[in-house]
Design a protein around this ligand. Sequence first.
Ligand code: PLP
Length: 209
Amino acid sequence: GGAPFFVCATCGTTVLGAFDPLGPIADVCQRHGLWFHVDAAWGGSALLSPKHRHLLAGIERADSVAWNPHKMLAVGLQCSAFLLRDASGLLQRCHGAGATYLFQPDKFYDVTYDTGDKTPQCGRRVDCLKLWLLWKALGTQGLARRVERAFAVTRYLAQEVKRREGFQLVVEPEFINLCFWFVPPSLRGREGSPDYWPRLGKVSTEQNK
Ligand SMILES: *Cc1c(COP(=O)(O)O)cnc(C)c1O
């Protein structure tokens, strides 16, 4: 009798680097009043490239997005962003302790920037500063180049895997993950035999034979 209230789509899955179709998923969420979260921890950085950001088309319709600039952009660990559409103080209502001796509102700046009462923690490092510094140092185009280079070298590696004996591509890369089989000499040319896949599946966990 439970009713779903939340849909989590992934941009850049951990193993294959696959992207869910965000537009159609957003349509379903809209139709049924579901919270639409996008896990873009890995793939979110593709947004910085005008050439590749189409992979995340529809992300602007999400209620919340997680993105880890410490992954593909190589911002120093850790730097994880949680982006939330809500502007009604949802995080404060969820996590706020409301301690009167902390987070006084009578400040000389806009207190909506105070994050202390919006997260389960209280004290924390200013992780966003590392992203800000890298962005200042490389610029938007520099970050785009970093992303595009990663895509390009992955395509190059895919070509090398395809033309090298003993290697077999699992699937054409969508992102910068490249999945391939190493086929040891004892299994080459034996794709049809019944023990091929079970034995191939053990190769990476055994010594190369
Ligand atoms: C890295 C990763 C996570 C975990 O992110 P944390 O910020 O370390 O919790 C979740 N989902 C995907 C797809 C990831 O690549």
